[in-house]
Every structure is written in C-alpha cells, then in structure tokens.
Design a protein around this ligand. Structure first.
Ligand code: HDD
Length: 683
C-alpha cells in the first residue's frame, strides 16, 4: 500500500490490519447493504407518476434509516479533533527502567495513532480559538495497546477527578443561551477559576501563547500525570512523559488566531493533512523524566499532584524515541471519530500512581466510550490491538468477532482451561504492589495545598514578549466577563502570583486593584525550559506567500525558489486571479491563491515580487497584505516592484523587512534566516 505520493509507508502492522477493513467503492456497481444491485437511486417507488410513495420501497427505507443514524454523540470534551497514523521508534533500550515491550530495543518500531484536539469546542468549532490542545497517542505494541492521553500543557486545572464535570460545565457554553462556542472568555469559566485556587498555575499556562498554536506539528505533548515504569525485576520508578516536536513549539498571535477563524476555520487539520500528504511528516521525540521511589518526598511539591510539573532543571528530560506521523486516515469517522483513547490502557512495564486525577480518569474514559461508541468499541478496527484478543467476554450490541467453541468461562475442563492466564514471570501483566495505608477520607492532602509557587515559577520564566501576551490575554478574557465580582476574584488569584500583573489586568478590565494584604508568592526561581523563546527555530515547512504578477523577474524568482527549497520553505503564489503567469524568461508559474481566496494570515512570511504591469488594484491589495504581515511581526521580503511598494509605505529597513532591487545570494540567505526567526517583536 502506498500513500498519495506513492511513497511506501514504513512497515506498519496496524495499517496492514486496517487494510482488511477498507472498502473500495470506485468503479463498482451500487448495491443495497444486502448486496442487491440498485437500478435507480434517485426516485422513490410511488403509486403512479404523482402518487404517494410506497412503504415497500426497501431501497429508500434503507438509505434514509441509515442516514438517520449517521451521528454518534460527540465527545463531551475534545469533540473537535484530527488524527493521523505514525510510527514510534525507540532510540535505546529502556529495559533498566521498564519492561514495556516497545521500549526494549534500539530501533524497535511500533505503530501509533494520534488524535489532536481542542477541549471546549463542539465538533464544528473554529480551530484557532484559544484552548488547550489534546495530544492523545495510541501505541499498538506487540503486547497490547498503550494510550498516552495528554495535552499540550504539562499540568491540569484540578487535582481530583470528581471536580471534572464542574470544570467542564463552567468551561462549555453557558447552558441558558449556549454562548460562547469553544472559548473560555465568559463568566462561568472565570467564576470557576476565581473560585478554585488550585487552577492558578493552569490559569497562567492557558493565558500564554501555548493555547493558540501555529500548528499541531509544533506543539509539545505531556502525559501530565506521574506514571510508574516497572522493570523486569519489579523495580519501579516514577515517570512523566513528554512529546517534543522537532520543528520547535510555535504559536500564532492573538489577532491572527481570531481572524484565521474566519479565513480558515479548518486551519489546523488542513495544515496537518496537507503536510502529511506532501511528505512533510511531523516528528515528535518522546522524553521521560524519571525519579526513584526513594526520592518521592524530596521535592517542595507533591509528585502526585497533577497541577504541578517537574522542573526540567531539577529532573532532566531524557529523549528515548521518536514518533513520525506518516499517514493520513482513509476515513475520518471510521478512524478519528471512533478511536477510543483511555489513560487506563497500559501495558506491562507501565503502571499507575495514586495521582487522584489519574485515578478519576481511569473510570471516565472507558465509561464514555461505552456510551459514545458502544459496548463492543474495542473491536472496532482503529481500536483493536494488532494481535487478536482472547478472553471470555461475549455478546453485546454490534459484536462482530465470531467466537468459536462451546466454552465462554474460565476454570473449564472442556477447553483445557483456555484461554489460559499468563503468570507475571512469563509475560502476564502484574500490578505494581505499591504500599497503601491510611483511613478512608474525603479531603485534599495537605501536600496538595500550595497553589501559587509553580504559577509564579511559570511567570518568572516568561520572556518580556510572553509576559505582555499573557497580560493581553487576561485583559481580553476578563474583559468579556460581564460580572465585575468575577473579574475581581480572578485578579485576587493573580495577585498571589504577581501583584504588578494583577494591577495591570485590573486597570484594563475596570475593577479595583487587588487588596494590599494579598501575599504574593516569594518564588524567585525560573525554569528556562518553560519559555517558548528557548524553542527550536527552523524554516522547515513554513509557508511563504509570494505576491507575483505577469512578467515577473524569472532569474530572481528562480534564485529565490532555490534558496527556499534548500531551507524547506514552501512558496504559495498569490496574484489577482487564478491561472498561469509568465515570467521575463518565458517560464511560467501557476497561481495558488488570489487576493480573495488567500490571506496574509495563512503565510508565515511574505515575499513581494510584483510585476511591471501590476494594476492599481493589484498594488493596493499587495499593500494590504504587506501591512497585515507587518502588524503580525512576520518576515517580509521584497524585490523588483515589491521592493518599491514596501518603500512607498515606509516599511523598508524595519526589523524583519528585507528589500533589494538587485538581490544576491546574501539577500536570499538573510530572508531564509528571517523566516526561521518567524517573528520580529521589536518592530
Ligand atoms: Fe480527559 C477526553 C486529555 C482530565 C474525562 N481528555 C480527553 C481527550 C484528551 C484528554 C486529549 C481526547 C481524547 C481523544 O482524542 O479522543 N483529560 C486529558 C488530560 C487530562 C484530562 C491531559 C488531565 C491530566 N479527562 C480528565 C478528567 C476526566 C476526563 C479528570 C474525568 C474524570 N476526557 C474525559 C472524557 C473524554 C476525555 C469525558 C471525552 C471523550 C473521551 O474521553 O473519549 O472521558
């Protein structure tokens, strides 16, 4: 099987398994579901030309009744998402830490399926809204499925799963008017945040640029919880899982994210789908942070508290493998919508801890899949393991595995007591025998009570630009809150983290400064790993909008294109109309976007070539694109007429704006470097 570029995807057992379920309809006769050939699919059977329709029309009935059942309940969070298949490759054996089969050997490859998502919006929500992004991975290992159901933020809003319905009810559109769609900028959400100090650190993270990512290909992922790795000898270590994109972590700016919602509400799925189709396969390295059992109480935070991260400067991140997403789905409903991820899906060598949020999740996910996908959801092709499951589970709606034989119970004589259980020393799953003691209680552990130290650590770690974006984000979000008391309560929580920030936000949203007696956290440490400023910067796969008209300078364009190709930059040719343009050398290019169908919002940088016969309208539209691009701090290059137009509006020589009437290699190199830098905040 090949992808649309005729490249052979890497050996992938899961895809081989799915292929057995593919149905090719092209070129085939149309039949009913019972395989009766259909002679007319457009007219219902009626009594006479104008007569009533007949109930006996099984073709009509089957078509409509199937249509009537096409939708299943959408996920009540993370409803809008997009998936892709991939391969995970282990860098080196982790056998000293874990017995997990997929981590035993350097070079071992494991098929994966990833679903990226946004939390709040319904299935049709605009994709660039400010929101946490889900990053959920199913590893189809040789020894069963392991699901790492994470987000692009390393911590969470709450500490105990029992509060999850409250959080989500506050976050979702308000129930009396179902407004607003997919966003946090409303009263109930901020009421929840202001009323729950444990959300303070997460509040800072969601106001940062991480919640308006540039691309799913450029987000980090986190398992969030503390898991256990258990080796063959039964020795356990605590562990956190991270995904790191090799393209670095990049974001939109607020103005862009709002407007892209109009220009392309499918911005993220389009980006992922197109890049995988083109062979620009996104890659993410899997990292682990590990601490020994005896270090459990060595930190000034509780390692079981999901509102806390493990600073990398304290507990370094070790990269142990890489996942490459190299195949789009064949059918979004069958694969992405029906995939059932569940943090409770673990394999031998990995185990849970007593993190109360994780424990809460262990119930909710399987439960929601039974409701959403049905009692046999684990048999659906995208969910089933690569090796056949054998057990005594039977029946239920839509069961399509046909279990042979007389016996469906354990402890039997008739089938020699099979399927048989496998002892731990022969590869069976054994739960890590962690020590449990104490009285049954309903209360928060005292070690979970510090809510502001890590929020302050995060704030201390931000660059000036990041800090200004956080201030802007709070000003927008709280500015949309109608109830002044709700705004005030949030500002009090901010004051525990940074008084100056709280005062500035209060000023912006028209409420009094927080009371003087609020104690600001005295944490002075920072963690450089938390700042997006310290990410990887690369021009690879970034889009350059090229504004170009008839009789463009062929030589200059050829040189520019050669430099872009070398750097992995992808030109998108923009002109006044679709079709083909001719250059001075007689060569042609075909236009990808017009000023109408394209938008400066959709390109990471702009390169203005123009042409000697450009009309006033063309010139005017080019200027609009240049100004928008400039306002979004993105790189701009200009040659020929393009260089003149940029000069006319006095933008030449501003940071990240490069123009030349006689471009040479140095100029093209400088433009590529500017593209890699991505934003010029000092404009
Ligand atoms: Fe959750 C879906 C991530 C806490 C209950 N969650 C869901 C998805 C992701 C996360 C990525 C979408 C999976 C997919 O693509 O199908 N959730 C998280 C993270 C959490 C978290 C990183 C905190 C560390 N979630 C959480 C709690 C509960 C849930 C505490 C309930 C106790 N989450 C659900 C759910 C969903 C879900 C209601 C909705 C659809 C689904 O499970 O499959 O059960």
């Amino acid at each position: 099987m090949t992808d649309s570029n005729n490249r052979e995807p890497e050996e992938n057992k899961k895809i081989r398994q799915l292929e057995k379920f593919y149905r090719e309809n092209e070129g085939k006769p149309m039949t009913t579901d019972e395989s009766v050939k259909i002679s007319d699919d457009e007219n219902t059977l009626s009594a006479g030309d104008r007569g009533p329709q007949l109930l006996e029309d099984f073709i009509y009935r089957e078509k409509l009744s199937h249509f009537d059942r096409e939708r299943i309940p959408e996920r009540n969070v993370h409803a809008r998402g997009y998936g892709a298949h991939g391969i995970f490759e282990c860098y080196e054996s982790q056998a000293d830490l874990t017995d997990a089969h997929f981590l035993q050997e350097a070079g071992r490859k494991t098929p994966t399926f990833v679903r990226f998502s946004q939390v709040a919006g319904s299935r049709g929500a605009n994709e660039t809204l400010r929101d946490v992004r889900g990053f959920a991975t199913k590893f189809y290992t040789e020894e069963g499925n392991f699901d790492l159901v994470g987000n692009n933020i390393p911590i969470f809003f709450i500490q105990d799963g029992i509060k999850f319905p409250d959080l989500i009810h506050a976050l979702k559109p308000e129930p009396n008017n179902e407004i607003p769609q997919g966003q946090t900028a409303h009263d109930t959400f901020w009421d929840f945040i202001g009323s729950n100090e444990e959300s303070a650190a997460m509040m800072m993270w969601i106001m940062s640029d991480r919640t308006i990512p540039r691309s799913f290909r450029m987000i980090q992922g986190f398992g969030v919880h503390t898991f256990r790795l258990v080796n063959k000898e039964g020795v356990s270590h605590f562990c956190k899982f991270h995904w790191r994109p090799t393209l670095g972590m990049h974001s939109l700016i607020w103005d862009e994210s709002q407007k892209i919602g109009g220009a392309d509400p499918d911005f993220h799925r389009r980006d992922l789908w197109e890049n995988i189709e083109k062979g620009n396969f996104p890659e993410y390295e899997l990292g682990i942070q590990v601490i020994r059992e005896d270090q459990e109480f060595d930190f000034d935070f509780d390692i079981l508290d999901a509102t806390k991260l493990w600073p990398e400067e304290l507990i370094p991140l070790k990269k142990i493998g890489k996942m490459t997403l190299n195949k789009n789905v064949e059918n979004v409903f069958a694969e992405t919508e029906q995939v059932a991820l569940h943090p409770g899906n673990i394999v031998r060598g990995i185990d849970f801890t007593n993190d109360p949020l994780l424990q809460g999740r262990l119930f909710s996910y399987a439960d929601t899949q039974f409701y959403r996908v049905g009692s046999n959801f684990k048999q659906i092709p995208i969910n089933c393991p690569i090796h056949t499951a054998h057990n005594n589970h039977r029946d239920g709606a839509a069961r399509y595995v046909i279990d042979k034989g007389q016996v469906a119970y354990h402890q039997n004589y008739l089938a020699d007591n099979t399927p048989y259980t496998v002892p731990g020393d022969k590869g069976g799953f054994v739960t890590y025998p962690s020590l449990v003691e104490g009285k049954k209680v309903r209360k928060t552990a005292p070690s979970f009570e510090d809510h502001f130290s890590q929020a302050k650590l995060f704030w201390n770690s931000m660059s000036d630009v990041e800090k200004s974006h956080i201030l802007q984000a709070f000003s927008f979000e709280l500015g949309k809150v109608k109830t002044p008391e709700v705004r005030e309560r949030v500002i009090r929580n901010i004051a525990h983290i940074s008084r100056p920030l709280a005062v500035s936000v209060a000023e912006q949203v028209g409420v009094p400064a927080p009371p003087e007696d609020i104690q600001e956290s005295d944490v002075t440490a920072s963690s450089p790993a938390l700042s997006m400023k310290n990410t990887i910067f690369s021009p690879d796969t970034l889009k350059v909008g090229v504004i170009i008209d008839e009789q463009y300078d062929s030589n200059a364009l050829e040189a520019a294109r050669a430099s872009w190709k070398k750097a992995g930059l992808e030109p998108v040719f923009v002109s006044s109309k679709l079709g083909t343009l001719k250059g001075t050398g007689g060569d042609t290019i075909s236009v990808d976007d017009t000023f109408l169908t394209g938008s400066p919002l959709l390109y990471d940088g702009l390169f203005v070539v123009g042409g000697p016969y450009a009309t006033r309208d063309f010139h005017f539209m080019a200027n609009q694109f240049i100004v928008d691009q400039f306002n979004h701090y993105k790189p701009i290059g200009g040659i020929d007429e393009g260089a003149e137009w940029i000069k006319e509006i006095h933008l030449q020589d501003r940071p990240g704006v490069l123009t030349s009437k006689s471009p040479n290699e140095g100029f093209y190199k400088a433009f590529v470097n500017a593209m890699a830098k991505q934003r010029f905040w000092d404009r």
